[in-house]
Design a protein around this ligand. Structure first.
Ligand code: KIV
Length: 271
């Protein structure tokens, strides 16, 4: 393969270096090979196979029902579309909370069977030992603190986390704990911008914000939200870059009309 054709893959060390070099990190979710390929071609740095799939793909009310098998299938699908970006697989609820050995085995499945390069887990001090062991055996881990959707029943809703001093302090502590445990980066979800900036300054691994203001080292959104495909609710932090749901509706209505009125297929669409 010629030098021009060689793809410069984004690796875990490169993502860490991006913080050092002040280069913002762009991350989006994908759940299938087709969208992943488009994202990859556009130059995204990180593709996350998020357990948000439970809501935007499976239609569940939250992410709690998502299983390992479902996430492995989605990760394997996305892998086929990603050639350049770093591929992160989100570990579903109960796949890493019940014991360290089980957590490591499940994380390993994402690398072995799913083709991911690393995994993401939610939580701070509660997952410290699990993160340490995964990193020790060669599985890079992205942390996720703030509004962690797998703890939605504990929080009682999707409100901002860290407005109260006590919660803010525990998030700062968690960020440091995860860095020390060996996490290579950290998602900060729905925390006040000032706190996210403070956490970003206080650790050496990149922070990737979602609803965490502009002072993180990178940003992530759920692709179905930013494309306007998932229309059930729109948090303030989502910027809609397109209204794909509207475009889909117009196309489907036109197709149905064409079929009903026998306008499709035409001569040039027939053999
Ligand atoms: O599941 C997901 O898509 C996520 C992102 C919102 C960070 O965890």
């Amino acid at each position: 393969m010629s030098d021009e054709k060689q793809i410069k893959r984004i690796t875990v060390p490169k993502i860490k270096k991006m913080k050092e070099n002040n280069q913002p990190i762009a991350m989006l979710t994908a759940y299938d090979a087709t969208m992943a390929e488009i994202l990859d071609e556009c130059g995204i740095d990180i593709v996350l196979v998020g357990d948000s799939a439970g809501m935007v793909i499976a239609g569940y009310e939250n992410t709690l029902a998502v299983t390992m098998e479902e996430m492995i299938f989605l990760t394997r699908s996305v892998r086929r579309g990603v050639n350049r970006a770093l591929l992160v697989a989100d570990m579903p609820f109960l796949s890493y909370q019940a014991g360290i050995d089980e957590a490591v085995r499940n994380a390993g499945r994402f690398l072995q069977e799913g083709g991911a390069e690393d995994v993401k887990v939610e939580g701070g001090s509660a997952v410290e030992a699990v993160v340490k062991r995964m990193v020790d055996v060669g599985i890079p881990v992205m942390g996720h603190i703030g509004l962690t959707p797998q703890s939605i029943n504990q929080f009682g809703g999707y409100g901002v986390r860290g407005r109260e001093e006590l919660v803010a302090q525990s998030l700062k502590d968690d960020a440091r704990i995860l860095e020390q445990a060996g996490a290579f980066s950290l998602v900060l979800e729905k925390v006040p911008a000032g706190l996210a900036g403070e956490i970003t300054q206080s650790i050496n691994i990149p922070t990737i914000g979602i609803g965490a203001g502009p002072d993180c080292d990178g940003q992530v959104l759920v692709s179905y939200d930013m494309l306007g495909i998932y229309e059930k609710f729109k948090p303030k932090f989502v910027r809609r870059y397109a209204e794909v749901g509207k475009i889909m509706r117009e196309a489907f209505i036109q197709y149905i009309e064409d079929v009903k009125e026998k306008k499709f297929p035409g001569e040039n669409e027939s053999y």
